[in-house]
Design a binder for this molecule. Structure first.
Ligand code: SF4
Ligand code: SF4
Length: 287
């Protein structure tokens, strides 16, 4: 059977059945968005095989996330990405079996994941520059699958996350590198929260993947519903009655082995903020 002329174009293949296959294979969510050329990198535009993009997501382990950025954290990330890829392969296999085309994008290549996830109603952009889902904050890891299967589209949802971020700002206060701006800035003609990658990437590279901005986010720990309920009752973002609020903002910094609670952050020397290799690369690029 050729993929160009499939033997059977699965009449009973629905977004619901594809989602069920993905969930059974270990995914946390499977959503469908409309293909948008502007969200694809120029050298990968041809990779799209249809007018639908499936967003597959897996929630990273809750318990492990609360201890980031410890030594085990990157192992957790790798396990999550493996589970994500296995689930995406299952979804793509179901589409192929029904006679449709499907292509999984590499995790860091091809297309912008967050706009698709927002478009498909999986979550909204948070101040930490990542997608926040109502259940898991930015603990969700995602992969995109391009397909020509005529699956029904999911719709964007206003969960109220930008309003929470405006009042919260914990990630910006806790980020060791000062990489998170509290005000949105223009990027490719759109006003949005965008982290300063030149400050962030050295931390990710040297501090077990960092991710302090994920670990300290109240939505990833308590869920959006509880955060909003707390705000409606008390005008506070954090559930003050909880016993682990102090722990939420506290993290151990792997580069000096010290623990930093709310109001304190690691002191980063120049070599940590800008490692020699990175500095040389920036000089070579004339920046
Ligand atoms: S820590 Fe607060 S400001 Fe940052 S992403 Fe989470 S909810 Fe938004
Ligand atoms: S990963 Fe670390 S350095 Fe980067 S934005 Fe998040 S907290 Fe800041």
């Amino acid at each position: 059977m050729s993929r160009a002329e499939p033997r059977q174009r699965g009449a009973d293949l629905t977004a619901g059945s594809v989602r069920a296959r993905g969930i059974a294979a270990g995914l946390s969510a499977v959503k469908v968005a409309r293909y948008e050329a502007r969200w694809h990198f120029a050298d990968a535009e041809e990779d799209a095989v249809g007018d639908r993009i499936i967003v597959a997501a897996v929630e990273q382990d809750y318990e492990r996330m609360q201890r980031a950025p410890d030594e085990q954290y990157q192992l957790t990330v790798r396990r999550t990405l493996t589970r994500l890829l296995e689930g995406a392969i299952e979804v793509a296999g179901a589409l192929h079996a029904a006679g449709y085309r499907a292509k999984i994008y590499a995790s860091e290549g091809g297309a912008m994941t967050i706009p698709y996830a927002v478009s498909a109603g999986l979550g909204q952009l948070g101040m930490n520059g990542q997608l926040l889902t109502p259940q898991a904050g930015s603990r969700a890891r995602m992969l995109l699958i391009s397909t020509d299967a005529p699956l029904s589209f999911d719709q964007p949802v206003d969960f109220g996350i930008p309003g929470v971020c405006d009042r919260c700002r914990i990630c910006a206060q806790r980020c060791p590198a000062g990489a998170i701006a509290v005000r949105p800035r223009e990027h490719r003609g759109v006003e949005k929260w965008k982290i300063k990658t030149e400050r962030c990437l050295p931390m990710v590279a040297q501090a077990n993947g960092c991710s302090v901005c994920i670990k300290t986010c109240p939505i990833q720990r308590y869920g959006l519903e509880r955060v909003l309920a707390t705000y409606r009752q008390s005008g506070q973002i954090l559930p003050q009655h909880a016993t682990d609020v102090g722990d939420l903002e506290t993290y151990e910094w792997p580069l000096d082995g010290r623990t930093y609670a709310a109001g304190s952050r690691p002191k980063l020397d120049a070599e940590v903020r800008e490692p020699a290799g990175l500095l040389a690369a920036r000089r070579a690029e004339g920046r």
